[in-house]
Design a protein around this ligand. Structure first.
Ligand code: F6R
Length: 241
């Protein structure tokens, strides 16, 4: 695991450079995208590279990590809508090449199996952008998730629903379930680039990098992957030994 600790304002550009290098090497490549606040600056930095003619993602495929169950696809906070806004439109990607798990499917288990198959069919993910929850979740793999898990339905913890309530009018409006790539799915990507900022993430980062590998802190499973880069700011690094 490589740790890159930077002043906060440098995190996005450095993470974006790593992602862009992988995608240029794999051209057109397969990108794994996350939602939440952490990767937004990375997408903005990639957008600047594209505007400068240094990167072209028009033929790149992308797969999102997760989606809420039961949220209308046109709800502004559905991950399908967020990915359309923040990734597809900003990065000039082909919407037909970008997939988000289908949280509206009649048969959610089938939707999960099809999602796994689609990733395999695309040749696997070359580089996966990750954020991390304060409780150590990656994707929506909450504590106690199997470290070998695949894409499936999960219940969101109260803590995660409260953390995400900022995107909704009220915590009661935050869906209770989600579809998420499993930890095993995430670990299949060639390169994992995790971005974290702020003291609130410091304990999760410590457990991810230095803790025992344990389902108690799902991100600790990243220690099992040969090619992980944590790009974090000084505050997120503040609990490291
Ligand atoms: C989102 C996701 C989550 C977030 C995590 C951190 O697709 O998979 O694991 O990355 O909840 O969220 P932020 O970045 O908003 O702190």
């Amino acid at each position: 695991m490589e740790l890159i600790i930077l002043p906060s304002h440098d995190v996005d550009a450095v993470a974006a450079r790593l992602v862009a290098d992988d995608l240029r090497a794999a051209s057109p490549g397969v990108l794994g995208v996350a939602t939440g606040s952490s990767p937004l600056g990375v997408y903005a930095a990639l957008e600047r590279m594209i505007a400068a003619g240094d990167l072209d993602l028009s033929r790149t495929r992308a797969f999102a990590l997760d989606e809420y169950v039961g949220i209308p696809a046109d709800h502004p906070e559905s991950y399908a809508a967020v990915i359309r806004r923040e990734v597809v439109e900003r990065l000039g990607m082909n919407p037909a090449f970008v997939r988000v798990p289908d949280g509206r499917a009649d048969d959610l288990e089938l939707a999960c199996a099809e999602y796994e198959a689609a990733i395999r069919h695309a040749g696997g993910i070359d580089v996966q952008i990750l954020g991390i929850g304060a409780n150590g979740h990656i994707g929506f793999n909450e504590p106690s998730s199997s470290l070998a898990s695949r894409t499936r339905v999960k219940t969101l913890t109260r803590a995660t629903r409260e953390a995400n309530a900022r995107f909704f009018d009220d915590v009661a409006d935050v869906p209770t379930h989600c579809l998420t790539q499993g930890i095993g799915t995430i670990l299949d990507a060639q390169h994992l680039v995790l971005v974290a900022r702020g003291e609130a993430k410091a304990e999760a980062i410590r457990q991810a990098a230095e803790g025992p590998v344990s389902a108690r802190w799902p991100a600790s499973a990243l220690q099992l992957h040969p090619n992980v880069t944590l790009v974090i700011d000084d505050d997120a690094a503040s609990h490291l030994e």
